[in-house]
Write a protein that binds this ligand. Structure first.
Ligand code: MG
Ligand code: MG
Length: 272
């Protein structure tokens, strides 16, 4: 367990190194899934690939049994935004599939998500994916030691609004992460900067913009998990777990630690 400062878990450098192990398992599993998903693949097949990848790495899937969730990953297709349950659904040409993955190594969590286009998708859908991924990086890049959590929120929203009229989910947010997958503080994808807990060394956060091509309004299906847009518009979701070291910013679930994306945004890379 890390130390808690007003509900926010502060990790030691050794504990952050443990989170990097979990993050790499998540990152490698997502890359394997990106390479595996194609038209004709069922979401249950993707789930089996993910579980094998995580367990063969000596890690544990963190989603299994989380509040009763019945699978290793979430697979959310087209107008499904997040929390889709893998099953019989077969991926079709032209779909977009959001895959969310979590793993635990030695008690430390990693959590990340990608959205993948299957073959050709309309330009506006491809652009939605690009905007969502860059919004995630812009949010991470806005986090500095001594800043505040909603500096991230503000950067995500500002970038999204600069790119067009997208729906930004408000009922689902990023979060603190460490010895549990979901910890304080929440990291909303909108709002004014300068609020919330201070960003300090040893804090780890998951930043995860969820954007739609339409409105922000969503509902949960009768399976009690799958979050879908009310207007049927398609959605995208990207997520990384990151921390800030004295040297810079470190995306713990990115295979390169986020070095390429952060450097491109002028942010010092803080990984090892
Ligand atoms: Mg996630
Ligand atoms: Mg998350």
């Amino acid at each position: 367990m890390g130390l808690f400062d007003r509900g926010v878990e502060i990790k030691t450098p050794e504990q952050i190194a443990g989170m990097r192990k979990a993050g790499l398992v998540v990152g490698r599993t997502l890359e394997l899934l990106r390479a595996s998903v194609r038209a004709g693949t069922s979401t249950a097949e993707l789930d089996a690939i993910a579980e094998d990848s995580i367990r063969s790495s000596g890690a544990v899937p963190s989603f299994q049994g989380y509040h009763g969730f019945p699978a290793t990953i979430c697979t959310s297709v087209n107008d499904e935004v997040v929390h889709g349950i893998p099953g019989d659904r077969v991926i079709a040409e032209g779909d977009v599939v959001s895959i969310d993955c979590g793993a635990i190594v030695d008690g430390w969590h990693g959590d990340a998500a990608i959205t993948v286009a299957i073959g050709d998708v309309p330009d506006e859908v491809a652009e939605l994916m690009r905007v969502t991924e860059e919004a995630m990086w812009r949010g991470i890049a806005a986090a500095r030691l001594g800043g505040r959590v909603t500096d991230i929120s503000h950067a995500v929203e500002t970038f999204v609004r600069s790119r067009g009229r997208y729906g930004i989910l408000e009922d689902y947010t990023g979060h603190g992460i460490g010895s549990q997958m979901h910890q304080p503080p929440n990291v909303p994808n909108y709002g004014r900067p300068g609020k919330g807990p201070r960003l300090v060394e040893g804090l780890a956060l998951a930043v995860e913009p969820m954007l739609t091509l339409g409105a922000k309004d969503v509902s949960v299906l009768e399976d009690d998990w799958t979050v879908v847009t009310d207007d049927g518009s398609w959605a995208a979701h990207f997520e990384h777990t990151f921390t800030i070291t004295p040297r810079g910013t470190w995306a713990l679930t990115a295979l390169d630690g986020g070095e390429a994306a952060l450097t491109a945004l002028g942010v010092p890379y803080g990984g090892d």
